[in-house]
Ligand binder design. Structure first.
Ligand code: FAD
Length: 401
């Protein structure tokens, strides 16, 4: 067993820490937060420095590295600032679906400009009546000659207001059994690429955190897109999304890991400097124990997240059943534990922790969504018990425990 990072991983982590430490300043973050603005300039810089393309193919300008390296970058970005880190990550994360299932032409058209920090991607599966349950969609996709016609409404699409392209999960066969008859299709923001119809994008205002992203409703009215916009095989849409979630949920966990690490560092620093009753508050056992426990929790979620990413990158046929188990485990356990760590950081800050100025309240608000999007905590626990119930106890004993 070897827990050490490779030379390359250490360099990537250091480069991400230095970039985010230098550029994700508190002043910038507060400005983006208050103006509800996406950090476009920083996204572009992240692209130019190679952070967006790490996990994308070399042929289109990426580095062909794994989920593990992506996780380390997301961790460092969110450690520096939860709002900026999450906004940047969420702008390129959805495009993983194009990487997995796109044609070489789609890679070149959509991924290449994104890797350079020019394009923002978005994914829309959630609908008003289909949230946790995405085994069928009300948004339909009809095939007609050289085009697909889309009708329906999507909600809560992250970066709807900024995205250059959307990956839409549609029902292409309304008679199909649950889980079947769905396809993923690419829709560009630019109306000149449509062959007819309309796409209305409405911002959903006033969300708790994640304020540097837009959250939107997409209304498709007979929107016609060319046939070549089909992403992956027709009828395999739900499987495309589930394959994506296996990896992306680990990266969402990395958001929470970074959010909590940042909150811990702020709290530790505050506890050393804040004097009450004649001594630094870190010397009061109630505060000291809290910080010690936060450290232990951080180490546990860090190695769990790294291990899950590693498993994803080294998936053998023997372990392929275990990846969704680990994915769902980190997707519920890391955000929940991070919530508790950040909450404790607020306690260490006392009344100051309740204000935007100290950053920890924003981290708490930003982090809360990691328990919900890409499948809620309850959905992850359902997935886990479904898998555990099917796995052979001998395999669990020999391979996982
Ligand atoms: C800020 C934000 C950004 C988002 N970004 C995106 C995006 O980019 N793209 C996208 O497609 N979607 C996005 N979503 C949607 C998100 O994935 C859904 O909100 C989430 O999956 C839950 O669906 P729901 O809100 O309809 O809740 P519901 O499904 O109505 O669930 C309500 C409650 O019931 C529980 N519940 C539901 N079913 C079960 C069950 N079987 N067992 C136990 N408990 C259950 C849930 O856990 C939850 O606590 C985003 C949401 C938010 C708030």
């Amino acid at each position: 067993m070897d827990f050490s990072l490779t030379r390359e991983q250490k360099d990537i982590k250091k480069a991400a820490r230095e970039f985010a430490g230098g550029e994700f300043t508190r002043e910038r973050a507060v400005e983006y937060e208050i103006n509800h603005e996406f950090p476009k300039k920083l996204y572009k810089q992240a692209g130019e420095l190679g952070f967006i393309g790490l996990n994308y193919p070399k042929e289109i300008g990426g580095e062909d590295l794994g989920v593990t390296e992506n996780v380390m970058v997301v961790e460092e970005f969110c450690k520096a600032d939860s709002g900026i880190g999450m906004a940047i990550h969420l702008a390129y994360l959805p495009a993983k679906i194009v990487k997995f299932f796109g044609t070489p032409e789609q890679h070149k058209k959509f991924l290449q400009p994104m890797i350079q920090g020019d394009y923002i991607s978005a994914v829309s599966f959630t609908e008003p009546d289909h949230g946790s349950d995405i085994t069928c969609m009300a948004t339909t996709m009809d095939e007609k000659e050289d085009r697909f016609i889309i009708n329906g409404t999507k909600i809560f699409t992250t970066n709807a207001g900024y995205a250059d392209f959307f990956i839409i999960l549609c029902q292409d066969d309304q008679e199909a059994k649950r889980g079947k008859g769905m396809s993923t299709v690419l829709v560009e923001r630019d109306p000149s690429t449509w062959l007819g119809g309309e796409l209305e994008i409405n911002e959903i205002p006033n969300k708790m955190g994640l304020r540097m992203t837009s959250s939107g409703e997409l209304v498709f009215k007979d929107l016609e897109v060319p046939r070549e916009n089909l992403l992956g095989e027709k009828g395999r849409g739900l499987m495309n999304i589930l394959d994506f979630l296996d990896e992306s949920r680990i990266e969402i966990a990395a958001q929470s890991l970074g959010n909590a690490e940042g909150a811990f560092l702020l709290a530790l620093n505050h506890a050393k400097g804040r004097v009450q009753f004649g001594k630094p508050i870190i010397r009061f056992q109630g505060i000291g124990h809290k910080l010690a426990r936060m450290w232990s929790q951080l180490q546990s979620i860090k190695w769990l997240t790294y291990q899950s990413a590693w498993l994803c990158d080294h998936e053998s046929r023997n372990m392929s059943n275990a990846v969704p188990l680990f994915t769902s485990m980190v997707k519920h356990h890391v955000p929940e534990t991070a919530k508790s760590i950040i909450d404790d950081a607020i306690t260490v800050f006392g009344g100051y922790g309740y204000f935007l100025e100290q950053d920890v309240e924003r981290r708490y608000r930003d982090n809360r969504i990691a328990e919900m999007y890409e499948g809620t905590v309850e959905v992850q626990l359902n997935n886990m018990i479904r898998i555990l119930a099917k796995l052979n106890p001998d395999f669990i004993n020999a391979s996982l425990l």
